[in-house]
Write a protein that binds this ligand. Structure first.
Ligand code: GDP
Length: 471
């Protein structure tokens, strides 16, 4: 209650409405906390449990309020293909006066820093919800705000909707950039109304989502967009503690013939210093050299700073979480233990949800929510499926539609299913062999149907534990 600025009685009341009788001294399990947060519109970040991290030997503590300093926001740009994500990022970098003044060639290190009104904003260089969700799937929560780019002459399209679902599932606030307003066919009002029809209410429509008309081509509105990002981040009160061992995420990594493994790191908390020992995923090493986006050597990098480092013994994965630790030996030990654990996990995989397993998971209290992604050939049938399925919710399990879309099941659906623990339902659509293979590898169930009634029947039966196992 303290952290969310509500009262204990409000929380207890909400829990009661959810059918959970709790008193003020009681501990809640993770699932209940997630449900509760959702019910109350609070964002929760579930990372590695503190004890688990401490067990590995990584410094872990709650930063004290007085140690926290404001930090720059970190932004990911998302949206439909060709709506101008790349152009917008270019236009934003060009607006950056300080970069122009210094005249230096900027190095690609996975993120760009922009300064406006003396304040810094960090943009991740890889646009798209795929990159965003792939990173989250590896445990990196490196986006504070998603900028949703929608072309004013094309309005809301399938990947716009995918982006919305991904941002919502992650609990990351959105700002809409209505792009291409220089074009003759541009109609921002259509964009706003289409967004409203898809659950995103911009301010003109009485909602709280900021929208900004821009042109990546002429540069119109870009400064305004940056100012709105600052405004939104002020609301988020982003803070970090510069005086602790650094932690963050790997943005990119590659093997350089001459330099060895090269990794771009985004520091999220703490300060990274040259010479420090770090663990990144299952890799470790000591930072030999650290450079910024101008190619300048840095001795240290504080929160919300992207740097390129040399010194890791292997190439980590993009999206891996990294931690600075007290010495090299500990870094190596942690990395080796993680490698062992990973091997065990790969062997033991096969634990994700299927409709067949749903009932036993409900019985064991493991599942309180059935997350579904619905893809169909036409909007009408998708809508019908959603409303019928939502009606199946009961006091034990709630049917939650994580994402819907018209078109075949694609890789983005699989990733979203992976991070949200969803089952995918396809109506009159079939995944390609490639997508089926990915789903199998990731342990995601895709069920395809030709009759709506069969879907409802299967889900209903699964909830009662009466699903025919021979599907
Ligand atoms: P992405 O696929 O979302 O990254 O889109 P791109 O940035 O590659 O842009 C797709 C196309 O739209 C390119 O031909 C751009 O030149 C064009 N484009 C992007 N933004 C604008 C804009 O504001 N106005 C106009 N007229 N064209 C734009």
């Amino acid at each position: 209650a303290e952290q969310t600025k509500t009262t204990a009685s409000q929380i207890i009341m909400t829990l009661m409405k959810m059918g959970v009788m709790a008193n003020i001294n009681q501990n809640l399990d993770e699932d209940t906390v997630v449900l509760l947060a959702e019910e109350m519109g609070i964002q929760v970040a579930i990372g590695k449990v503190k004890e688990e991290v401490e067990e590995e030997g990584i410094e872990s503590f709650e930063d004290k309020e007085e140690d926290l300093k404001p930090r720059a926001p970190i932004i990911t740009v998302m949206g439909h293909v060709d709506h101008g994500k790349t152009s917008l990022l270019d236009a934003i970098r060009k607006t950056n006066v300080t970069a122009q003044e210094s005249g230096g060639i900027t190095q690609h290190i996975g993120a760009s820093e922009v300064e406006i009104n003396g304040q810094k904003i960090v943009f991740l260089d890889t646009p798209g919800h795929e990159a965003f969700t792939a990173m989250r799937a590896r445990g990196a929560h490196a986006t504070d705000i998603a900028v949703l780019v929608v072309a004013a002459d094309d309005s809301v399209k399938p990947q716009t909707l995918e982006s919305i679902s991904h941002a919502k599932a992650a609990g990351v606030p959105m700002i809409v950039a209505i792009n291409k307003i220089d074009k003759p066919g541009a109609n921002p009002d259509v964009v706003k109304s289409d967004l409203a029809n898809n659950g995103v209410l911009v301010e003109d429509w009485g909602g709280d989502v900021i929208s900004v008309p821009v042109s990546a081509k002429t540069g119109e509105g870009i400064v305004n967009l940056l100012e709105m990002i600052l405004l939104q981040s002020e609301v988020l009160e982003l803070k970090a503690n510069p005086n602790r061992l650094a932690l963050g995420t790997v943005l990119e990594a590659r093997l350089d013939k001459a330099k060895g493994p090269v990794a771009s790191l985004l520091v999220l908390n703490g300060t990274l210093k040259a010479g420090m020992s770090i663990v990144a995923g299952t890799c470790s090493g000591k930072i030999r050299r650290m450079t910024n986006h101008k190619g300048e050597t840095l001795r240290q990098a504080g929160p919300a700073t992207a740097v390129e480092v040399l010194g890791l013994t292997e190439v980590p994965h993009a999206g891996d979480v990294f931690n600075a630790v007290k010495d090299d030996r500990l870094a190596r030990e942690i990395a080796e233990n993680r490698q062992l654990k990973l091997r065990e996990e790969v062997l033991a995989r096969n634990s994700s949800t299927t409709l067949e397993e749903l009932f036993s998971q409900i019985q064991e209290g493991e599942v309180k929510e059935l997350n579904l992604i619905i893809k169909g050939d036409v909007q009408g049938s998708v809508g019908a499926i959603v409303s019928s399925l939502e009606k199946l919710s009961n006091d034990k399990v709630r049917v939650k539609i994580v994402h819907t879309g018209v078109g075949t099941v694609n890789e983005s659906d699989i990733m979203l299913a992976g991070t949200s623990g969803s089952i995918i339902i396809g109506f009159n659509v079939r995944p390609s062999t490639a997508v089926s293979a990915i789903a199998e590898r990731e342990g995601i169930q895709i069920r395809t149907y030709r009759v709506i009634y069969d879907i409802i029947d299967d889900v209903e039966n699964a909830m009662k534990g009466m699903l025919d196992p021979e599907f």
